[in-house]
Structures are given as structure tokens and as C-alpha cells.
Design a protein around this ligand. Sequence first.
Ligand code: SAH
Length: 246
Amino acid sequence: MIKNGKIHVIGLGPGDRQHMSERARTAILDSEVVIGYKTYIALVEDLLEGKEVIDSGMRKEVERCNLTVDKALDGKRVCIISSGDAGVYGMAGIMLEVKNERNADVEIEIIPGITAANAAAASLGAPMMHDFAVISLSDLLTDWELIKKRIECAAMGDFIISLYNPKSMGRVHQIEEARDILLKYKKPSTPVGIVKNAKRKGEEVVITDLAHMLNYPIDMLTVVMIGNGKTYVKNGKMITPRGYQL
Ligand code: SAH
């Protein structure tokens, strides 16, 4: 009987190799099959020599996970890769769901990575020092009414808010609607950080405020970070005080 292999679900971090974990690197090196979206495969090209590499396009997530289970059931050590953290809008959840759905007897290890919000926060200064919410504006899999409700609740609760998937070519109104909701509870002068390609090649950092944020380019390679009621900007850095007395 062939012994079943193992699945590693890996978050690569924001992009630059120095921000990828050592555990992610060794797991990739140790695997026989590497599966992932093309752009992410390209980020680890140099680690792939001698391995079977299966790259696929966007929106083939379930297919990718089924293939991963097939390979593991064949006895292979397989890794499936996401950017950032695999457990934040990445492949970890769907991988476990597919395994359970198939009742597959394979071991899965999830390897964490630095998510985009952490990478963007570091480039902006220290905006996420207090309670924060992460909200994806993508309504492909989530009802827009629910997303709006979450934005509203997070704004009402004075959370620092990090918006993922803020705007794509075909999805432009969400960021405008989100901003309108935020302005119901937050001052127009609330600091906003816009970070494109955080901690990878081509990084662009903008610090502005709620009133002006839509004047800057925002796309799918961008995280938008909105401060809480105490966040301020000084010497080019966004700072959310935690409350220490100086
Ligand atoms: N699993 C990923 C998130 C995938 S959702 C993670 O944990 O980071 C995709 C969204 O993440 C993008 O639309 C963008 O909003 C954000 N994103 C991912 N990497 C980024 C980076 N390096 N810089 C800025 N935003 C990034």
C-alpha cells in the first residue's frame, strides 16, 4: 500500500524573499509537487528545480485543491501556495474543505505568512497599533450588502480598517461606497494609507486622509488602511497611539 503524502499550505508573505518565512522555504524545498497561481509560482521559481510544478489561472481554486489531494493520495509531498498568509483570503480554508468533502486521509499543515495588512502597516509606520478590522471589498463570493454592513460596524466601532481587494478594472464603485460609509462615522481628516506592492518590488506608499483618498490610484495590488479616531501623521509616518504616557 502506498503511504499517503502530505500537504503544506503555504503563505509566501507579501513578495520579497526576505519576508517569506524560513518554514515556508524549507517546506517548498522539501516538496515534490508545487501547485499555485502563476504569479505566486514565479515568486519562488529558484526553489523549484527538479519539482513537478502545476501553475494555474485565477478562479481555479477548487480544481487546484482537488489536484493537491490527488497528488497527496499518490504518496507525494505537495505544497500549495498563496501570497501573504494562506489563511487570509488564501487557500487554507478551501484546502481543508476539499479534503473533508472527499474524506481524504492526508495530513495538512498550514504555514503562516506575513499578510498584506502587516506589510502595508510596516511601510506606513505604526497604524495598526490598536484594534483593527480587515475587510475585503470583493463581492465575487460575498454579498455586497453584508460587506457594507461590516464596514459600517467597523467604522461605528472606531476600528482601524484595512481594506483588501479594494478596486479592480471591473469593480470600481465599492471603494467609493465604502468611503461614504466611513465618512458617516469618521472625520474627513482621518489619516488613510494607500500602499501598493507592500514589501515587494514596485512599492508605492501614499499617506492622505478620508477626504482625499479617492484622488490617488487604488487597484488590486493595493491595501487601503484607514486610521481610528486617534491616528495621526507625523514626520511622514502614520501612528495610532496605544495610550502610553510620554
Ligand atoms: N492572502 C493574501 C491576500 C489575498 S487577497 C494576504 O494574506 O496578503 C488579495 C488582496 O491582498 C489584494 O487585492 C490586495 O488588496 C492585497 N495584497 C496582497 N499582497 C499585497 C501587497 N504586497 N501589497 C499590497 N496589497 C497586497
